[in-house]
Design a binder for this molecule. Structure first.
Ligand code: HEM
Length: 205
């Protein structure tokens, strides 16, 4: 099964030394997993979801981006400062977005995973947005849009048809979807950290 969406993903630095350090360790992560109700069964269903989605990541990111594109107040964060599209930015960040789907489902949630969560969070804030791709775009994505967009990322109408496409039962599809939603909610809790630390990304709510 495919675990990388492409051999070369520009700016994808998972596990590398330049990645931000998470403020928490894997013991603290255990408590977050408990808080979101993530069980070993959920972890198994995430793996199944990863197998099912591994060749559909482009389509899934496309569906989410259709929602962003439909709303100018969201679409502007991927554009240049003059409001024009930036194909290089969309292409590169889109590949990383696709890889994130597989990482969510297939990576072990270890310290490297935690660290890359912090990196993704920072790439939505003024600390790192635009820097990876060397683009000139709006400086940060407000936390409130990241939190609200979680409902779109977890939307059953978007996810379930894809999760069902390889013949799993409705029950299994439901389990995959639930496991996915828990993981995303947990990740958003992690991503809130730099936004709430006044020394990192203050006033970016
Ligand atoms: C639950 C909500 C969201 C999820 C799961 C998500 C996921 C991601 C991921 C995985 C990346 C690539 C990280 C990497 O570099 O490896 C990314 C980057 C990006 N996202 Fe989000 N995102 C969310 C919300 C939003 C919202 C609301 C917007 C804009 C309205 C947005 C715009 C962007 C942009 C512009 C980038 C590129 C950032 C850069 O490196 O300059 N995201 N997102």
């Amino acid at each position: 099964m495919k675990t990388k969406i492409a051999e070369n993903i520009p700016g994808y630095t998972y596990g590398q030394s330049g990645v931000a350090k998470s403020p928490i360790n894997t013991d603290e992560l255990k408590l977050l997993k408990q808080s979101v109700g993530m069980t070993e069964e959920d972890e198994r269903y995430l793996r199944v979801a990863g197998e099912v989605l591994s060749d559909r990541t482009e389509e899934l990111v496309g569906r989410w981006r259709t929602v962003i594109a439909a709303h100018p107040h969201l679409a502007r964060y991927s554009k240049r400062l003059d409001g024009q599209a930036d194909p290089h930015y969309s292409q590169n960040s889109g590949l990383r977005f696709q890889q994130w789907i597989l990482d969510t489902c297939l990576r072990p949630y270890d310290q490297d995973w935690l660290n890359y969560q912090q990196e993704i969070a920072l790439r939505h804030t003024s600390v790192k947005k635009n820097k990876t791709d060397g683009v000139e775009s709006i400086g940060y994505i407000p936390l409130r849009y990241v939190v609200t967009f979680t409902a779109v990322i977890n939307d059953a109408h978007i996810l379930k048809p894809l999760l069902a496409a390889k013949g799993h039962s409705a029950e299994e599809v439901d389990r995959m979807h639930q496991a996915w939603c828990k993981s995303v909610q947990l990740q958003i809790a992690l991503w809130a950290e730099p936004y709430t630390d006044t020394k990192i990304a203050p006033n970016e709510w």
